[in-house]
Design a protein around this ligand. Structure first.
Ligand SMILES: [Zn+2]
Length: 192
């Protein structure tokens, strides 16, 4: 893996720690071509991987990593870990066929499926402060981001707005069963 972090957003040792010792895949680093680190725009932290296993990470600068920063790194590379794992059965072709509502549902479910496993490894970490406004069943809530119920309800609200049936029990069931490995197909089957 060749790291290109032109603006020195994240220390190399930190990137190596997360990619060489990720709990969801034994050695991500040895599978990757280039790892490009770019500054995120707005709130949009995300990771992209091409068919030659080159990865671009869009993120904020991390000078002294907090537990939350570490979780964010493990989460983003959690997507890469699943994609590299043959048992997950990722298919970019199938994903490209999703419309934008379906893609949003898929990503929400995949995020929870990653986070529940990271939680099992003691790496899940919520923001320390701040509120979020959520609308569920036409009721507006203002809830603290530091509460795991807010995290789960945000996923539920997202799925409910996109027509997922009984999103509450779906999200709770994924969250409560970190040992049940959901494949790419399992996740797609949950998307309406
Ligand atoms: Zn994610």
């Amino acid at each position: 893996m060749q790291i290109h972090d032109l603006r020195n957003l994240i220390g190399q040792d930190l990137l190596l720690r997360v990619t060489k010792h990720h709990p969801l895949y034994h050695d991500i680093a040895s599978e990757l071509g280039e790892l490009i680190v770019r500054e995120k725009s707005g709130q949009n932290i995300h990771i992209e991987m091409d068919e030659d296993n080159n990865v671009t990470l869009h993120i904020h600068p991390i000078l002294r990593p907090s537990r939350r920063d570490m979780f964010i790194l493990y989460h983003e590379f959690g997507h890469v870990a699943d994609r590299l794992n043959p048992s997950f059965g990722y298919s970019h072709q199938r994903r490209l066929r999703l419309n934008s509502a379906q893609e949003s549902c898929f990503l929400t479910l995949w995020n929870v499926a990653i986070d529940t496993r990271l939680n099992q490894h003691g790496l899940f970490c919520l923001p320390q402060s701040g509120d979020i406004e959520l609308v569920v069943d036409n009721i507006r809530y203002r809830l603290p981001k530091s509460d795991v119920n807010t995290y789960l309800l945000e996923a539920v609200a997202n799925l409910s707005q996109r027509g997922v049936n009984r999103p509450g029990s779906l999200v709770t069931s994924i969250w409560n069963h970190p040992d049940r490995f959901l494949t790419f197909s399992d996740l797609l089957d949950l998307v309406p």
